[in-house]
Design a protein around this ligand. Structure first.
Ligand code: URA
Length: 247
């Protein structure tokens, strides 16, 4: 097992910066395995050390998994010289964690966005080979019909000739549909509707795998995923058929 300096372990947990962690250790507010450490340089294994601050155990796992309710008007990027990004919505502690968005939502798209610093996790969510379904609610400026449903299910060809994998469309109202895609091409859902002559006027992601956007989260709010929710991302059924009684 790799050993890591105590101040770094605390900083990696996101509760404090490296210098704040050193100060916490110096002031005797930190215990490791029930004992007050003398130095910030002491090394421990993140897997086994029980680290407490003021008696509260902190999580030393370096991997973070955040669910964000992305508001419209914010970029899905880690930084931008002019515009606000989803990382700017996070607390200063989380901004130090090397988080990045798992795939991108367009600036005007709202809904479920995952943020992590776990590259393997992100790859598994995004890779078309893993077939993790993403469920969107789309409002369009035309009337949806059975020919659209059929075309989505057969795999659409976009305006530039790009071939899409078969997707699912369920019509909720004449101009509102639920779309499930298993890949994440650039502006994919908007371009799929455009290939059917329909312009998307609003797009909201509701679900990734079997993980729903928490309805308690208002736009701009976020929270950590539980272990069960991380697993749910990869535990999906046919989510268009099981769409949470969407009306
Ligand atoms: N498809 C789009 O067109 N835009 C998004 O933001 C996500 C999927």
């Amino acid at each position: 097992m790799a050993l890591t300096r105590l101040d770094k372990l605390i900083a990696d947990s996101g509760v404090a910066s490296r210098s704040e962690a050193k100060a916490l250790i110096r002031s005797g507010r930190v215990t490791v395995n029930g004992r007050v450490p003398r130095l910030a340089e002491e090394k421990y294994a993140s897997e086994t050390a029980v680290i407490c601050i003021d008696g509260e155990q902190i999580s030393c796992s370096k991997n973070r998994y955040i669910m964000l309710h992305k508001p419209g008007g914010i970029l899905s990027a880690t930084e931008d010289s002019k515009q606000e990004t989803v990382i700017d919505l996070l607390s200063p502690q989380l901004q130090r964690q090397g988080l990045f968005p798992v795939g991108r939502l367009d600036k005007d798209t709202t809904g479920l966005l995952l943020l992590t610093n776990d590259g393997d996790f992100a790859h598994r969510v995004i890779s078309p080979k893993k077939r993790v379904p993403k469920l969107y609610r789309a409002a369009v400026d035309g009337v949806l019909d059975e020919a659209d449903v059929q075309a989505f299910s057969e795999g659409l060809t976009l305006g530039d000739g790009t071939q899409c994998m078969p997707a699912q469309l369920r019509i909720l109202r004449p101009s509102v549909g639920l779309v499930t895609v298993f890949e994440g091409k650039y502006h994919q859902v908007k371009r799929m509707f455009a290939s059917r002559g329909k312009h998307v006027t609003a797009l909201h992601r509701q679900r990734i795998g079997a993980l729903n956007l928490d309805e308690e989260l208002r736009p701009g709010d976020y929270r950590e995923l539980t272990e069960a929710e991380i697993a749910a991302v990869f535990a999906s059924e046919d989510i268009c058929e099981n769409d949470g009684n969407e009306k």
